[in-house]
Design a protein around this ligand. Structure first.
Ligand SMILES: [Zn+2]
Length: 316
């Protein structure tokens, strides 16, 4: 891994900030004015990002969040039913389905259409899981439950944030509270919840095994390892050990065996370019263990760069 960390003034910050301020996105709510000296910058595996541009890579344009990406089978019984920049996954079993990430409430009809386009029914969703307690991933839980009667599962550390998530004043449904290492089973499919905190206190990385051509593949659905602009790693009064929580998330993530990396934002696993190679013959393009490591290198380098910059500003 070749990592170089430096600081410079990014060019697009002003317009990005304007765009982020104008659209009420959970991941953008913590966006802060550019810090003195500019956003922390990293170059990892030949790619250069600053803290703001990395968030923007994940969020895409405003329409990307609400426009369906062509629904497709990824691997085994795992299907993509999300939008161009907000990932939702359907895990289909003969005993009903699991939905990961209900997304914004306004996206639930978009997800429903994608589920139906694949030949499945939303009313067959039995369990709703989430990546982390931000509105762009879990605001629609109540709406999906209303359509399906599904059980909504929440990581204990994310429960307070979920309880504050009340679209239209509706209470956020929580039917089962889980803890690090717990599993969720439906039919022959079992997912394991790994607490990978930092981005949210209960940020969850889900793992499961998928079978493709008789081969068992380790699938990792990354919750998020991003440090959003404005997020305090240093002197965070609500979570004084938040930097250690992030470190723990990287340690846990690096220990997970991974053949197929997926994530809460599709840009985190380069969905669009892999999807373009789907069904063109050869190995399933979503099998990408090296890509998993590269993204971890990038997000960990950015975490370290942001931490160093904040420590320097705080005189530590
Ligand atoms: Zn988030």
């Amino acid at each position: 891994m070749r990592v170089c960390v430096r600081r410079r003034v990014p060019v697009l910050v002003a317009c990005l900030c304007l765009c982020l301020v104008m659209s009420p996105r959970a991941d953008a709510q913590v966006t802060a004015p550019e810090p003195p000296g500019g956003w922390p910058v990293v170059t990892v595996h030949g790619e250069t990002w600053n803290q703001q541009s990395l968030l923007q890579r994940n969020l895409g344009g405003r329409d990307d969040q609400t426009t369906a990406f062509p629904p497709h089978r990824i691997v085994g019984n795992i299907y993509y039913v999300g939008t161009a920049s907000l990932a939702s996954f359907l895990i289909a079993t003969p005993q009903g389905h699991i939905l990961i990430n209900s997304s914004y409430e306004r996206n639930v009809p978009v997800i429903q259409k994608s589920v139906e386009a694949l030949g499945f029914k939303v009313s067959d969703i039995r369990i709703v899981l989430g990546s982390h307690a931000h509105g762009d991933h879990m605001e629609g839980d109540a709406a999906v439950k209303a359509l399906s009667g599904a059980q909504v599962v929440a990581m204990a550390e994310d429960v307070p944030a979920l309880e504050r998530m009340r679209p239209g004043g509706k209470p956020h449904p929580i039917d089962r509270v889980i803890h690090d290492g717990d599993s969720v089973t439906l039919g022959a499919t079992t997912l394991v919840a790994h607490l990978t905190p930092g981005h949210s206190r209960g940020c969850t990385t889900w793992t499961l095994t998928a079978t493709e051509g008789g081969r068992a593949l380790d699938v990792v659905i990354v919750g998020s390892l991003g440090v959003n602009p404005g997020f305090q790693l240093v002197n965070n009064t609500e979570a004084p050990a938040i930097a250690d929580e992030f470190r723990r998330a990287f340690t846990v993530s690096r220990a997970l065996p991974c053949d197929v990396p997926l994530a809460s934002h599709p840009a985190m696993y380069r969905m669009a370019e892999k999807h373009a190679r789907l069904d063109k013959g050869g190995l399933n393009p979503f099998i990408d263990p090296a890509g998993y490591g590269r993204e971890l290198d990038l997000t960990e380098a950015m975490f370290q760069a942001v931490l160093t910059a904040q420590q320097k500003r705080a005189g530590q």
